[in-house]
Design a protein around this ligand. Sequence first.
Ligand code: SAM
Length: 307
Amino acid sequence: MTTERSAAAPAPPEDVDHTVVAGALYVVATPIGNLGDLSPRACRILAGVDRIAAEDTRTSGLLLAHFGIQRPLVALHEHNEDRIAAELVRQLQAGQSLALISDAGTPLISDPGFALVRAARAAGVPAYAVPGPCAAVAALSVSGLPSDAFLFAGFLPPKQAARRAKLEQLGREPRTVIVYESSHRIADTLADLAAVLGPQRPVALSRELSKRFEESYSGTAAGLQAWQAADANRGRGEFVLLIGSAGQTADLAEGERVLRLLLRELPPSGAARLAAEITGAPRKALYAVALRLAGENGENKDNGDPD
Ligand code: SAM
């Protein structure tokens, strides 16, 4: 097979994989916990650029030291980004290469970098993505909630009234909604979620993704609250919360009705699998409900998650 390329077309990614282009900005994703998730390409780019702009130079210094990378670091965070973006773009235009990283995950995703990338693009500076970890996408990928269309909404407001108003607005969204949450607020947020969107709203939660104590739940808003309250450790760490659409609540209610019938004869995994097939409700969510129902009836005998 031959591939034709016009003289003006930019080189395909494989041609630039090993080479840092002079005057280019690289937006590099770094691990969200597990150091093994820094890609070989990210390592090569970070080791090859003239400078690295980092959200916190101490945090990133440790990461880079772990990989034996020694490049000059410049701090770029929410308090100085607007100010230094123009200077960094001047350096890029003068032919210096620059990598942008944040403390964890993909820069610009609830992290600094937007002002720099916008200024670079406006100035015609080439910007290349070096893709990798992102907590929102990782959590979505294991949530069991629809992933064909989703809305990432960053962090919810810290104050309760504003948070509830935001949840009410997000609750009308027909797509799966993804939000970030911290350990300080997760319990309050889950309580607000159940109060505002109802106890039967399908939800999912992932904590400590890619780390030793990684755990994910999928089920209902009320089930999630109970799941978290059952173990103090589940209030610790970093969280991604996902909210299914209101339309799915109806599916789940019907799924639960069928599930109750099937549980008379079947173990939770089998009952959840069949109820999901019959009603179209999410299987993982039904399985969580089935475990709860079987537990309530003292018959929690199962042979494992339907997955
Ligand atoms: N840029 C990052 C990304 O690409 O995911 C997100 C940075 S944001 C400041 C930090 C938030 O992301 C945390 O409060 C948490 O909600 C989420 N997060 C980051 N790492 C996580 C992990 N390992 N497990 C679960 N959530 C995580």
